[in-house]
Design a protein around this ligand. Structure first.
Ligand code: ASP
Length: 287
């Protein structure tokens, strides 16, 4: 699905860029980019996500504002097409930071984010993928987190004209996960982080090692210490591999507009645009 991934990230990039071009905020830009990828069946976010052990879609998302450190997160939601929009409402309209399950759905509905049925988020490709996985598991056991098992979480980082950065991450989590399992993606500092004084970062990959290492914040701290995002992104992947034999990918951006993209999986689709140039790819290994 290489082409579908490249198409998906390019479309998300265009949506975010058009917000920034109009003078919109980094926060608005990443919300639009991530919502678009949630709507795209290709990715493990929103409709088309991996199914959990019970055959349900269960979604996590976080959005964070680097200017104010305000954040909004949802975990284990089952009735939201666009968890990032609910997360954004939490960021802007709630004194709280994080809602899970039915409470998150209730908050979303009360704040104008429409609910859907869980079945509306399930597609045939994923029903088959789960069936296949469980069949193999019953036979000889699966290595659930082998690097070849796709991690298709989506994320975005942006810098706006006001000099503010922001980050968002959204996921359906890992294939065949236990119901109620929460990954790194929606946890502050793990799958997502943003602070104008350090960096905006979004991760994908095997969530358990990433959250143990608080990897997005770890990376932002390296940038705050004076390192380039490009170096910090690669170092984060080295640290993930060396410390916990983890795998994944990360995108990083600081308030000076310097960018880092790294992964230690075979592939990770990415797209990136500055005033000077636009790029996209499916591999970006090495600094
Ligand atoms: N990091 C996500 C999780 O563990 C999975 C992914 O990136 O695809 O929930």
């Amino acid at each position: 699905m290489v082409e579908a991934h490249l198409r998906g990230v390019r479309k998300a990039l265009a949506a975010g860029w058009s917000v920034l071009e109009r003078g919109g905020s980094a926060l608005d830009a990443i919300e639009e980019s991530v919502a678009l990828m949630e709507d795209d069946d290709t990715f493990d976010a929103g409709r088309g996500s991996f199914l959990n052990r019970d055959g349900k879609v269960q979604l996590d998302a976080l959005i964070m504002d680097g200017a104010t450190l305000q954040a909004g997160g949802v975990g284990c939601v089952e009735r939201l097409r666009n968890p990032v929009r609910a997360a954004r409402k939490i960021l802007s309209e709630s004194p709280h930071v994080y809602f899970v399950g039915a409470g998150a759905e209730q908050f979303a509905a009360e704040h104008g984010v429409p609910l859907c049925r869980n079945e509306d988020l399930i597609i045939a490709r994923e029903v088959e993928r789960l069936r296949e996985y469980q069949r193999e598991e019953a036979g000889h056991g699966n290595e659930l987190f082998a690097p070849t098992i796709s991690h298709d979480t989506v994320g975005a980082v942006a810098l706006d004209r006001q000099g503010n950065i922001a980050a968002a991450t959204s996921t359906g989590g890992t294939l065949n996960k236990a119901p109620g399992r929460l990954g790194d993606s929606s946890l502050i500092g793990c799958g997502c982080y943003a602070d104008n004084l350090s960096a905006a970062a979004s991760t994908t990959g095997w969530g358990e090692p990433i959250m143990k290492l608080v990897l997005a914040k770890w990376t932002a701290d390296r940038v705050a210490a004076g390192n380039l995002p490009e170096w910090a992104a690669q170092e984060a992947m080295n640290y993930l591999k060396q410390r916990l034999n983890g795998h994944g990918g990360i995108i990083v951006l600081n308030a000076q507009g310097q960018i880092g993209i790294a992964h230690n999986t075979p592939r990770m689709a990415w797209a990136c645009k500055t005033i000077k140039k636009e790029e996209a790819g499916i591999e970006r290994n090495g600094v």
